[in-house]
Write a protein that binds this ligand. Structure first.
Ligand code: DX5
Ligand code: ZN
Length: 219
């Protein structure tokens, strides 16, 4: 089984020192850098766009795990690929033709992921799983950091783990929202192999990042 990958969400970083924050989480052991892009339309909050992402790209060689909470999403895929995304993950509701969107991401040379919101069933993956590199299960409703983990999503994680294993192809299973050392353990037990965390990584400032990340891996 793949050792769990930790992807700190820079949504919880100090935006005035964003480059230094990315360097600090890199040095503290982050596997991926999770980039939350929000448009104030698909989700009720606005974060940042490709120009900000491009500015921090040279700071680290770690993969950029880009979570697009924008609709329509298709017109912006190229800008995020050019800004240095390694994996681009889109919500199944973010456009009229999710299968085409996934193909487009791959044609741009990126890994492709799809996201399921807490109210979206695992069934949505039936005709997508053969083509994606990553599935992201939201364990909060998207839009804000610092929310509480929704326990019903553990059942969905377990169901998707079975679907992935039955398919026999390597696909990352990532969980995002309300992840702390306790919920991290529950997600790993359910079959997750990548975890996003904002609040739980950035609390306590840079001196605490390495211990915070280690705690999410199980100490
Ligand atoms: C929510 C974002 C998450 C969020 C996680 O819409 O996709 O990545 O920043 O933050 P925490 O870990 O604080 O729940
Ligand atoms: Zn996210």
């Amino acid at each position: 089984m793949t050792p769990v990958r930790i992807a700190p969400s820079i949504l919880s970083a100090d935006f005035a020192r964003l480059g230094e924050e990315v360097r600090a989480i890199d040095e503290a052991g982050a596997d991926w850098i999770h980039v939350d892009v929000m448009d104030g339309h698909f989700v009720p909050n606005i974060s940042f766009g490709p120009a900000v992402m491009k500015a921090i790209r040279p700071v680290t060689t770690k993969p950029f795990d880009v979570h697009l909470m924008i609709a329509p999403v298709d017109p912006y895929l190229e800008a995020f690929a050019e800004a240095g995304a390694d994996c681009i993950t889109v919500h199944v509701e973010a456009g009229p033709h999710i299968h085409r969107t996934v193909q487009r991401i791959k044609a741009l040379g990126c890994r492709a992921g799809v996201v399921l919101c807490p109210g979206t069933p695992a069934k949505m993956l039936d005709y997508l799983l053969d083509t994606v590199d990553l599935v992201l299960v939201m364990s909060v409703n998207p839009g804000f950091g610092g929310q509480h983990f929704i326990p019903s999503q553990l059942k969905k994680i377990a169901a998707i783990r079975k679907m992935i294993d039955a398919g026999g192809r390597a696909i990352d299973l990532e969980v995002d929202g309300g992840i702390d050392p306790e919920t991290a353990r529950a997600c790993i037990e359910a079959g997750a192999d990548a975890l996003v965390a904002g609040t739980a990584v950035f609390r306590g400032g840079p001196a605490a990042y390495a211990a915070n990340i280690a705690a999410l891996r199980g100490g």
